[in-house]
Design a protein around this ligand. Structure first.
Ligand SMILES: [Zn+2]
Length: 59
């Protein structure tokens, strides 16, 4: 999103993936993915909320 808003240099993720989307971050990212992925995030489990709060980026 930062790139889309003109605030970031590239749309890519720092793990090397071409697009840093919320789905990529939750489901696929080698450095940040959430165990259980986007499904777990949508359930807003305690683990998902903790993961979201500990991320070094906003999604
Ligand atoms: Zn990534």
């Amino acid at each position: 999103m930062l790139h889309k808003w003109g605030l970031g240099p590239t749309p890519g993720c720092d793990c090397g993936y071409e697009k840093q989307t919320a789905i990529h971050i939750a489901d696929d990212c080698n450095t940040r993915r959430l165990q259980g992925g986007m499904k777990e995030l949508h359930r807003a489990t305690i683990g998902a909320v903790q993961w979201l709060n500990s991320l070094d980026i906003q999604i």
